[in-house]
Design a protein around this ligand. Structure first.
Ligand SMILES: Cc1cc2nc3c(=O)[nH]c(=O)nc-3n(C[C@H](O)[C@H](O)[C@H](O)COP(=O)(O)O)c2cc1C
Length: 633
């Protein structure tokens, strides 16, 4: 026994470059096993002579071999300690990985040549090797070769492209329409990656907190597919210019299974060195240093938000909106604040719709337990039910002008705090509510104007706290009487708001001014939801008419997240809530009505919408004038 290592490969310390000339996985594994054997031989050779020289009993002279598992990880702790980087692949493999990463591109032009089945399986197998939350493997790959299905998918995508182009203005819009954004018809294979979400999030290890982590897992699968396709010389283009439901319907995908878009796969008829959107001047790569943050998000001078290409109406649209009022047989601006609002609305869309929806969002507020409202929290559910039945004050007002009424109970999926002792919402619930609202806003936009309403016992207290966080107001400047508080209750509200804001400030510091964080710290669910509705409708260039403090705060959150949204807002009224005027000033909006309303539920928004409908019709019905000759002689 003993003696120097006798392994044929003689690799005393692991040096990746040794296997560089033969980097196949089998060879690497063989080399690793060889190294492990060599290492154990070396240990024996060191111990052997020492043990032999002493008078230690025979049993202790024996060399004990570490049992090396024949399945799983064969390395020992000593080997890993000796060579922490020993798991690395050789340099050539690393260079190859970097090259593939660098050269992966979104491909939009394809050759008609077929993709051999074994290559298709190879790329799908790469997808199936992706990491997944709780190892749930939620991806399903729908392989579409049928020409008719591909044609129909291409039509859906073309339609969506036109719809999305409407969200942009002028030059941006033309540029978007110039871009080739899919290759669905040309690519011989389509792979629709779908995420099977039919199990509850809490049933999947690691998904309870991040409910979308199943979708992220599918995105990881797509990236694997993309990289292996690139390594094989295949082109892949990821197309999300779809309404997810359209795509699901096309392929009979059941409820609860969500698509992540269409992957066009085929031999590329372009070999682009850098992203198409970069080449066309749409965007550029951000320097790495700009996206890395050390330890904590800085309170000032942090990384810029991703660029939004959403824009307010261009100058021409603004002028032509105003011109529709200037050539009438009346003094320009004769309808005062109404004319200002109409000009904004017509700049957004010269064919302003004349119907729409009142969307009422209800929210529950644990802060109500601190005695900040004259009413029991059960009233929220009552008014919600009455709104659904069309008999709340808000719904009845909406009915007078033919607005459709929708009512939503905005509920967070996790337990919420009372904002005084604990945060009101979990950050991921804020995101979910914003996203849910945005979807609703987009849907409602198809029906015309969107007027906002809300109900939620305790929400003027939440609103006041939010106004303090977003505008830096003092609680005494922000708190108002709500629906029916007396002066004792007013003092109570001020102390509750002060306690909540100081708790949140000591936890988050200046970051509390950031809209999503403020929503998480202070609430409430209906405000987050309505912020999403505002965004969804505004992106579709549909006027959003605000009601009281709570809906205006929702709009402020939306505008802080994307300033271009402001162009779609109309302030229906200014309520009695102390902070409302300041929120409207921050939004740059002049209220149409000041009626000392206290109702909430969208009553003020409906009344203002009614006036705007009337004003729009009046402007349209007033005689046009022709300009006088400039130099009558
Ligand atoms: C989630 C996701 C969705 C995408 N959807 C589309 C799409 O609908 N149409 C399109 O042309 N490109 C789409 N792309 C491709 C991106 O535009 C492309 O990845 C980006 O411009 C960077 O270019 P590169 O992939 O060539 O590096 C998508 C990419 C991702 C990650």
């Amino acid at each position: 026994m003993g003696g120097p290592p006798t392994c044929g490969r003689a690799v005393p310390t692991w040096n990746p470059s040794i296997v560089a000339s033969a980097p196949s996985q089998t060879c690497l594994d063989a080399a690793r096993v060889c190294r492990i054997v060599c290492a154990s031989t070396a240990i024996r050779s060191v111990r052997g002579p020492t043990a032999g020289a002493s008078n230690v009993p025979l049993m202790s002279q024996r060399v004990w071999h570490r049992p090396v598992p024949q399945v799983g990880d064969p390395t020992s702790a000593a080997q890993r300690a000796e060579d922490p980087a020993g798991w690395a692949f050789d340099e050539l493999t690393n260079i190859a990985v970097q090259e593939v990463l660098q050269a992966r591109r979104d491909v939009r032009r394809f050759r008609p040549d077929p993709v051999p089945d074994h290559l298709l399986m190879q790329v799908l197998d790469a997808g199936h090797k992706a990491p997944s939350v709780g190892h749930s493997q939620p991806w399903r790959f729908v392989v579409v070769r049928d020409q008719a299905s591909r044609d129909r998918a291409a039509l859906l995508s073309d339609r969506e492209r036109l719809r999305q182009a409407e969200l942009f203005q002028g030059e941006r819009k033309s540029r978007l329409l110039d871009l080739q954004l899919e290759g669905i018809r040309e690519a011989p294979v389509g792979v629709v990656v779908a995420c099977d979400r039919r199990v509850p999030a809490a049933g999947v290890l690691g998904r309870a907190g991040f409910s979308d982590s199943d979708m992220w897992s599918c995105a990881c699968a797509i990236e694997n597919i993309w990289l292996v396709a690139r390594a094989l010389g295949l082109g892949l283009g990821w197309v999300t210019f779809f309404r997810p439901r359209d795509l699901a319907d096309l392929l009979d995908i059941p409820e609860g299974v969500e698509t992540l878009g269409w992957l066009c796969l085929g031999w590329p008829d372009e070999r682009p060195p850098n992203p198409g959107l970069e080449r066309s001047g749409w965007s550029e790569r951000i320097p790495l240093a700009d996206v890395i943050i050390e330890e904590r998000w800085p309170s000032t001078g942090g990384p810029a938000m991703p660029v939004s290409h959403l824009a307010g109406p261009d100058p021409k649209a603004v002028v032509s909106g105003r011109d529709t009022g200037d050539d009438r047989l009346t003094v320009p601006g004769s309808l005062g604040v109404l004319d200002v609002a109409l000009n904004r609305i017509l700049a957004l869309n010269p064919d302003a719709p004349t119907s729409g929806t009142l969307i009422v969002a209800a929210g529950d507020h644990p802060v109500a337990k601190h005695g900040v409202s004259a009413f029991s929290p059960t009233v929220t559910a009552e008014v919600l039910a009455a709104t659904r039945s069309g008999v709340s004050l808000g719904a009845a007002t909406a009915a007078q002008i033919g607005l459709t009424v929708e009512a939503v109970h905005a509920v967070a999926s996790r337990t919420t705090g009372d904002m005084v002792d604990a945060d009101a919402l979990h950050p991921s619930d804020v995101d979910d509510l914003l996203a849910e609202g945005e979807q609703v806003g987009r849907r409602l936009a198809r029906r015309g104007w969107v007027s906002l309403g809300e109900v939620g016992i305790g929400n003027t207290t939440v609103g006041a706290a939010l106004a303090c966080a977003l505008l830096g107001l003092e609680p005494s400047q922000a708190v108002g009487l709500g629906s029916a508080a007396d002066s004792a209750m007013l003092r109570k509200k001020i102390s509750v708001v002060s306690a909540a804001v100081s708790r949140a400030t000591s936890r988050y510091g200046d970051e509390l001014a950031s809209p999503k964080l403020a929503l998480a710290a202070l609430g409430g669910p209906e405000i987050a939801f309505l912020a999403g509705v505002t965004r969804g409708a505004a992106m579709a260039r549909i006027p959003v008419v605000l009601d009281g403090l709570v809906t205006s705060l929702a709009a402020l959150v939306a505008v802080r997240l994307d300033p271009a949204i402001q162009a779609a807002l109309v302030a229906g009224q200014q309520s009695r809530e102390a902070a409302h005027g300041q929120v409207l000033t921050e939004l740059g909006l002049e209220p149409i009505l000041q009626l000392r309303l206290r109702s909430g539920e969208g009553v003020g928004a409906c009344l203002a919408t009614q006036l705007l409908f009337t004003a729009l019709a009046s402007r349209g019905g007033t005689a046009r004038v022709v300009p006088l000759p400039s130099n009558p002689t």
